[in-house]
Ligand binder design. Structure first.
Ligand code: DGJ
Length: 725
């Protein structure tokens, strides 16, 4: 009998994984199991109709585990603490962060949510909750992404009462980790030119808030988190709970440890200056909040998130095209673009093998410097006397797509638009709105502003063969007044501004199915899972110095896939002047490759090298853009950065090893022990430079490459020192 038990367990496991339903009722509990290929998430209803979190972690293989789960009845009118409520609303003795805070018209300021109904439709579970007395409803929507190993959650708050309700906090949900001490938080912070810096800190009793109050996602913090246990996780190993918010406006994620060691990650709209007046019959949707769990470290957490982003969230999902090699005029011409200089540049770009030619800032009405023209989205007649179409046609004849820079949310006081509609900018009556970069912000929450911008951009696309818009935003929101609506509705701006931004892009994409977008906000100020569902690429940073980029790109890769991470090979004046051209190329190639060299002044030798490297890039980009990323050595931890990419079909792997140290001679470069390869397959090794690889074998098995690894040559003195392979 004893011998039979393990055998039985194996059989049960086999049966279990043959059950593909990602959402199913939890047997023996009033609740549901959400299974991904890598994790399980369980929630249920307690005896008083309260929704409770039960489990989030490794995938469970038997339903018997659930019976043992902690399932207390804490949803009383006066619970002593928040316990593990799944979507707590503020009321009673709740002192920790809640997901919903509302004030009813009669002055009642608390909410007690009770289960009403639920529905399962394939990978989607919806649970409807309602206040115990008032007709305030909350519908929670959970979607399981089995292969990506992730779950998204989102809340819709609906006012079915006859009176308006003030919503003062609307969160997407709270992720509960197993109660314990000793967790560690990893997050991304930064500033302009130094985005996505990885920081780590202990999770302790109390609360750490990550947020943006700037009206966009921000350079200063990014809506992504990862939490591991006792600092034990590495790139390869250890339990990691991670997640990201899909919102490009004011957002907030709090990581909190209660006095009872409950660790809770709550995310949604920033509560700062938040007051959403929900009229009878109206609803408010929170942003989606995505969460995942892995037993295989930060590397696997990123790969799962990348898979979700690439295959599920990206505008064309798994069908989206490989990102073309693109040219950007900004670092060479600034606002001085003209039809003549862009045509000349386009000829040279096409000859290098570039596939998309983008005219950056400076092409529109009155734009001689950055102090005029924003808002007037038609070509400047001095610079483009024939409009943009002849240039676009020229670019197309050369075999390239045509791209154009825009900054629709902004207006210069020196513009026809501002002269016609001074009331369209964000402002408080009687106060002078502050300018930044000579510009004011349009109140995009207004529907007339939205319609104006949609029509202007639609016309531009329809008339000029535009394949890609680089949508920029070079200042933060300030003076967020909206004088034309009643005072108690003005703060809806924080939500409606971003909703209207999304709507414009969605409508343009629907009308012009070929149209693509780059998200940019003075560099990487608008990178998040909300904008990612609408754009094809993200401008990582205005800092294009190759060495600085190593850290920025590493941080970016924790949350976002290399495919959308736009790199640019900068001219030598935009960064350390002595960084070799090849090194600048290799750093930019770890994302989607862009070029900003001055093609009129680069030497013949540089032109030949650029052409060769672009050709090389095209031979590896299927792997770097759509494959799996393994961060083998971090620029934060040593002199050498090593990144490996493995193709979806496993047939190609690409390894970049880049020396970022300041040491002149012999910095130590550890062997790159490759990951994600088939141990028994034989791989042909093709170094970019034979001389830079110590490895003499030209064919090796995956097992050898993982165990022995590849070792580069010691650095030599001289021009070539920076790129290793
Ligand atoms: C900031 C962007 O990040 C740059 O790439 C460039 O487009 C400028 N704005 C143009 O004003």
């Amino acid at each position: 009998m004893r011998n039979l038990l393990p055998f039985y367990a194996v059989l049960a496991a086999a049966c279990y994984s043959a059950t593909p339903d990602p959402v199913r009722p939890a047997p023996g509990l009033k609740g549901w199991i959400l299974d991904t290929d890598h994790s399980s998430y369980i929630l249920g209803i307690n005896a008083r109709g309260g929704l409770q979190h039960i489990y989030w972690g490794s995938r469970l293989t038997t339903a018997d585990d659930f019976a043992a789960s902690h399932f207390p009845d804490t949803l009383q009118y006066n619970p002593v603490d928040i316990g593990n409520e799944e979507y707590p609303a503020w009321g009673g003795s709740r002192y920790e962060e809640t997901c919903l805070k509302a004030t009813f018209n009669d002055g009642v300021r608390d909410v007690f949510l009770r289960y009403v109904s639920h529905q399962i439709q394939g990978p989607v579970l919806t649970v409807v909750l309602k206040d115990a007395k008032y007709d305030l409803f909350v519908t929670l929507t959970y979607r399981v992404y089995p292969q990506a190993g992730m779950v998204s959650r989102q809340a819709t708050i609906e006012n079915r009462t006859a009176q308006p309700v003030h919503i003062e906090s609307a969160q997407s949900g709270v992720w509960n980790l197993p109660a314990d001490n000793g967790y560690r938080l990893t997050s991304l912070v930064g500033t302009w030119g130094e985005e996505a810096q990885v920081i780590r800190e202990p999770v302790q009793q109390g609360m750490r808030v990550m947020e943006s109050r700037r009206g966009h996602t921000s350079h200063e913090a990014n809506p992504w988190f990862a939490i591991d246990y006792h600092g034990q996780a590495t790139e390869e190993q250890g339990q990691v709970w991670f997640g990201a918010l899909g919102w490009s406006g004011n957002w907030r994620i709090s990581v909190e440890q209660t006095h009872e060691h409950q660790v809770r990650v709550t995310g949604g709209y920033n509560t700062f200056d938040f007051d959403y007046l929900l009229k009878p019959g109206e609803t408010l949707d929170t942003p989606p909040f995505y969460g995942g769990f892995t037993d295989h470290g930060f590397g696997e957490a990123s790969r799962l998130l990348h898979r979700l982003e690439r295959t599920e969230l990206a505008p064309h999902g798994a069908q989206s095209r490989l990102r073309p090699v693109w040219y950007n005029s900004w670092q060479v011409y600034g606002t001085g673009v003209t039809e003549a200089n862009q045509e000349e540049l386009a000829d040279k770009a096409a000859a290098l093998g570039i596939e998309l030619f983008l005219v950056d800032d400076g092409w529109f009405h009155l734009r001689k410097k950055t102090d005029a023209g924003l808002g007037d989205w038609f070509p400047d007649t001095d610079k483009f006397p024939n409009g943009l179409l002849p240039l676009a046609q020229h670019v197309n004849r050369l075999g390239m797509d045509f791209g154009l820079w825009i900054e629709p949310e902004m207006v210069n006081p020196n513009s026809d638009l501002y002269r016609a509609h001074p009331d369209w900018v964000l402002n408080f009556p009687g106060r002078e709105p502050g300018q930044s970069r000579g510009q004011l912000t349009l109140n995009l929450a207004r529907d007339d502003v939205k319609e104006y911008l949609y029509s202007a951009l639609d016309k531009l696309v329809a008339e000029n063969h535009i394949r890609l818009f680089k949508w920029d935003m070079n200042r933060r929101l300030a003076d967020p007044g909206w004088p034309s609506v009643p005072t108690n509705e003005q703060r809806q701006l924080w939500v409606k501004y971003t909703q209207n931004l999304y709507q414009i892009i969605d409508r343009l994409r629907a009308r012009h199915p070929q149209l693509e977008f780059e998200s940019c906000a003075g560099g990487g100020g608008r990178a998040d899972l909300g904008i990612l569902q609408r754009v094809d690429q993200i401008w990582t940073s205005d800092n294009t110095d190759a060495l600085d980029r190593l850290r920025i790109q590493e941080g970016f890769s924790f949350a976002y896939p290399p495919k959308v991470m736009m790199g640019r090979v900068p001219p030598s004046h935009s960064g350390r002047a002595n960084t070799p051209l090849e090194y600048r190329f290799l750093v930019a190639m770890m994302g989607s490759l862009g070029i900003s060299l001055n093609l009129s002044t680069i030497t013949e030798e540089e032109t030949i090298l650029s052409r060769r490297l672009i050709e090389f890039y095209k031979s590896i980009r299927q792997t770097t853009q759509n494959g799996d990323l393994y961060r083998l050595a971090s620029p934060r931890e040593g002199p050498v950065t090593v990144n490996q990419f493995v193709a979806e079909d496993g047939r190609q792997a690409v390894v970049f090893a880049l020396d970022g140290s300041q040491q002149f001679l012999r910095p130590y470069c550890p062997p790159a022990r490759l990951r994600g390869l088939d141990a028994n397959a034989r791989y042909r090794i093709r170094p970019l430079h034979e001389s830079k690889l110590q490895e003499k074998a030209t064919i090796a098995t995956g097992a050898y490459l993982a165990g022995h690894g590849l070792r580069s040559e010691e650095r030599r003195v001289g021009k070539e020192c920076r790129s290793r392979w």
